[in-house]
Design a protein around this ligand. Structure first.
Ligand code: GLP
Length: 243
């Protein structure tokens, strides 16, 4: 694991965008694993900026997103498809046919999860997986558990996650209680992983993920076992790291 400590959210975003843009330049038809949430918004903005300056070309890039709320259609403003479309896809020349997000409207969880695993396999796997970190150490929607969730599956969201995400919904009752997410095994199969972390509310989770025991009770700790992980975290997120 390589940890880059940077000063601010903006610095984190620029450095993360640098890593992603290097990936695209070195392999123009790469498969990017993408994430949602507030952490990657600045990264996507920076990528869009470089695209507008003519420095980046997404025309051959393929993408697979980590997760999606179960029960939300693509045109729901809180769906992760909507997020991706509005924060990245519509601003660059990625072909929408080359983008993939789990289908939250498929009621048959088993069917959707197997379909999604097949999509990733057919693409030849993920070259670079971008990840955010949940306050409880979750990655994607892999919540703290007794075991590591394996492949793409349907999860019941924990109270902490529902609480963290309620700011985006009219009321806490509107926050979906389930989601489809790539599993830990799916994530760990990515060739490279880029974890971005910002803010003091993530400091405990980050310190545990990097320096604590590898345990499904803190899902991001599994990243210690991956051989190509880059973490970009701001000062606040690093504030609980051992000196
Ligand atoms: C959500 C997403 C995760 C994301 C996490 C952190 O639960 N499913 O993929 O990493 O929240 O979000 P934020 O970046 O907004 O703190």
């Amino acid at each position: 694991m390589r940890v880059y400590q940077v000063k601010s959210y903006d610095d984190m975003s620029r450095k993360a965008a640098n890593v992603i843009s290097a990936q695209i330049i070195m392999k123009p038809d790469c498969v990017l694993g993408l994430a949602t949430g507030s952490s990657p918004i600045g990264t996507y903005k920076q990528l869009i900026d470089w695209y507008n300056k003519g420095d980046l070309d997404f025309s051959q890039v393929k993408s697979v997103n980590l997760d999606e709320y179960k029960g939300l259609p693509r045109d729901n403003e809180q769906s992760y498809y909507y997020f991706m479309y509005n924060n990245l896809f519509k601003h660059v020349n990625i072909q929408l046919d080359n983008t993939n997000v789990p289908n939250g409207m498929e009621p048959d969880s088993e069917k959707e999860c197997l379909r999604y695993e097949e999509v990733i396999a057919k693409l030849g796997g993920v070259d670079l997986q971008l990840l955010g970190l949940g306050r409880n150490g979750h990655i994607g929607f892999n919540e703290p558990d007794e075991t590591f969730g394996t492949i793409t599956h349907c999860v019941n969201l924990t109270e902490s996650t529902i609480d963290a995400n309620k700011r985006f919904f009219a009321s806490i009752d509107d926050v979906p209680k389930q989601a489809y997410t790539m599993g830990i095994k799916t994530i760990m199969k990515a060739k490279k992983i880029l974890l971005i972390v910002s803010g003091e509310d993530k400091a405990d989770a980050l310190a545990q993920a990097v320096h604590g025991p590898v345990t499904p009770k803190l899902p991001a700790s599994i990243l210690q076992l991956h051989n190509d992980v880059v973490i970009v975290a701001d000062e606040a997120a690093c504030s609980k790291m051992p000196k």
